[in-house]
Design a protein around this ligand. Structure first.
Ligand code: DAH
Length: 343
């Protein structure tokens, strides 16, 4: 019987080892440990043995049963672990399969342009300031030397807000009111630029949109001259647009500067040769500038005898338009991915 037992245990062990799934193992367990197993057959033979013999053989049989049960439990744990690993592997999301997928987004062209212009001026020692888009009439016009009823006001196509006294609050039509806020918040010397969004009651066309972006510049220091202004504009033009693009100043009128000028740059689309975009002149108007009017300094309590300054303001969108040869400004607001993704 001992020989039989050894054989039965060996066979049973091999049977358990051979199971390759939890289910197969369960079947093998029934086969080698169940009622109809060879082991059970040996058990049935115990009854025919003498009591002493029965006890010894019984212990051997039980030992074999315990070892086989342990082996089965071990195998079950192994199989469960590998089945779980296989299931996780099968359920894993392979994201690489999505390629070529959506491209990563990036900053809008106008924002990129604003950042680059800021970099140019920060490189020249300017700080960057901001002001509110909903402004008072006082900051937008009054303090900038546009008295009430001044004809220059009507040139701004201002959008008024229904807030407070009639026409006391508005969506700023230019970034110049931020000059006032900067001068109110710090004493000179001041070297600051003020980028931001502006609004006008304008009908959109190829060169205009009802909301666009400007950069205002303000310098207030001792002994500032018109030559400093002209040099600053030329320096910024070269730094942002590159060599070959120049600036020129032409006399103009703004209530908040005296003298005032418009500044134009070489048309980047035809490199100055003359084209449809620049109406054949070779120049494109970018903004206005001038020496800060003494009335403006007085409005914020700066002594115009001791200090002088210059200011300028120009369109950020217009800079992007020139640098990238965009023929129609309206596309900057369309959010068309085919346009946006080109920059
Ligand atoms: N605010 C003017 C505009 O929107 C532009 C401008 C002109 C700004 C002259 C200035 C300046 O600071 O000095 O048309």
């Amino acid at each position: 019987m001992v020989d039989d037992l050894e054989h039965v245990e060996k066979q049973a062990g091999m049977r358990l080892d051979a199971a390759s799934t939890v289910e197969e193992l369960r079947a093998a367990e029934t086969e080698v440990l169940g009622k109809r197993s060879a082991l059970a057959g040996l058990h049935a033979r115990l009854g025919a043995l003498a009591p002493e013999e029965r006890k010894a053989q019984g212990q051997l049989l039980n030992g074999a049963r315990t070892r086989l049960s342990e082996l089965a439990a071990e195998r079950a744990a192994e199989l469960r672990a590998s089945e779980r690993a296989a299931r996780l592997e099968a359920e894993r999301l392979d994201l690489t399969e999505v390629l070529p997928g959506p491209r990563r987004g990036h900053l809008n062209l106008v924002t990129q342009t604003r950042d680059e212009l800021e970099d140019v001026f920060v490189g020249m020692g300017y700080t960057v300031s901001e002001g509110p888009e909903a402004e008072t009439d006082w900051h937008s016009f009054e303090a900038l030397n546009f008295p009430k009823g001044h004809p220059a006001r009507s040139g701004f196509d201002t959008l008024y807000l229904d807030w407070g006294d009639p026409e006391s609050t508005l969506l700023r039509p230019h970034t110049s009111p931020v000059q006032i806020r900067v001068m109110q918040s710090q004493p000179p010397p001041i070297y600051s630029i003020m980028p931001g969004k502006v609004y006008r009651k304008d009908t959109p066309d190829a060169r205009h949109t009802a909301s666009f972006n400007q950069i205002e510049g303000l310098v207030v220091d001792k002994g500032i001259t018109f030559g400093d202004l002209a040099g600053t504009i030329e320096a910024f033009t070269g730094a942002y647009f590159g060599a070959g693009i120049h600036a020129r100043l032409r006399p103009a009128y703004f209530p908040f500067t005296e003298p005032s000028a418009e500044f134009e740059i070489t048309c980047a689309i035809c490199a100055g040769a003359g084209c449809r975009t620049c109406s054949g002149t070779g120049w494109i108007e970018l903004g206005g500038c001038g020496m800060v009017h003494p009335n403006v300094l007085a409005a914020v309590g700066i002594d115009a005898e001791a200090w002088s300054g210059f200011a300028f303001g120009f369109g950020i969108d217009r800079c992007a338009q020139m640098r990238h040869g965009i023929s129609d400004m309206r596309i900057l607001l369309d959010n068309d991915i085919r346009f946006i993704s080109q920059f």
